[in-house]
Design a protein around this ligand. Structure first.
Ligand SMILES: [Zn+2]
Length: 246
């Protein structure tokens, strides 16, 4: 005989859990569509949405697996959830790595920068850092911002507002700074001690924002070293700060 029960058992608990998941899915989707939220909040919502989306599937798969192998968890909702929840979080994180950068690229109004001088500059330093050359995008935002991310592909985003106020050398300083970020993140991923970081939703956020002072210093130091002066990175940062203080 194969197992105690093959198939899905439907009971009140599972229906309630599924209903909660579906509601969470709809609420997160509604918030994402309805409001103009910051990137960090959006990413958290996408992560929550993915978790809510996967949970019922994992729950019922666990149910079938427990039944097939005649494990007690097939009738015990707590055990079933205890197995399903971490599995769901892992799935949501893995898919987050795929979905979130794609979401950002698709949803933001941006244009790939095709300026030959900039491309040549990026190519040269990517090679020097042994990185696959990232794409450079101009994001249609007045606020002067620059950031990068690395998941399966890496990319650097510079807002139109920032391109407007910086001169060539300052733009290069910002690109060097972002390339250093990509390099730091890629080597961090290679370390097995950072496996936990990889599975934390916060690491997805970290890939988008400049939240570590130490990383900021390293990235600045790289730009200063390559340009042989701290002038440009300093004046670039000063201009960004001046804009924010207005
Ligand atoms: Zn930075």
């Amino acid at each position: 005989m194969l197992g105690c029960f093959v198939g899905i058992t439907l009971d009140g608990n599972k229906i309630i859990l599924t209903a909660i998941s579906v509601s969470a899915m709809l609420i997160t989707l509604f918030l994402l569509k309805k409001f103009n939220l910051s990137t960090k909040v959006k990413i958290s919502l996408i992560y929550a949405h993915l978790t809510a989306l996967f949970f019922p599937f994992v729950l019922f798969t666990t149910n079938v697996a427990c039944g097939t192998f005649c494990l007690a968890c097939y009738s015990n909702i707590l055990e079933m959830t205890a197995i399903s929840l971490p599995t769901t979080l892992i799935l949501a994180t893995i898919s987050g790595f795929l979905v979130i950068p794609t979401f950002y690229i698709v949803s933001s109004k941006k244009m790939e920068i095709k300026n030959r001088e900039i491309l040549k500059f990026v190519k040269h330093y990517s090679k020097k850092l042994q990185l696959k050359m990232p794409k450079i995008y101009a994001v249609n935002k007045a606020e002067p911002i620059a950031f990068s991310f690395r998941s399966f592909k890496s990319a650097i985003f510079i807002s139109v507002g920032l391109l407007d106020i910086l001169n060539k050398k300052e733009i290069e300083a910002i690109i060097l700074h972002e390339l250093a970020h990509i390099k730091i993140k890629s080597s961090a991923l290679k370390l097995s001690t950072n496996i936990l970081r990889l599975f934390s939703p916060l690491s997805v956020l970290a890939r988008f924002s400049h939240d570590s002072t130490q990383e900021e210093e390293l990235a600045d130091r790289f730009a200063i070293k390559e340009q042989e002066t701290s002038r440009y990175i300093k004046s670039a940062k000063r201009k960004i700060k001046e804009y924010r203080d207005v």
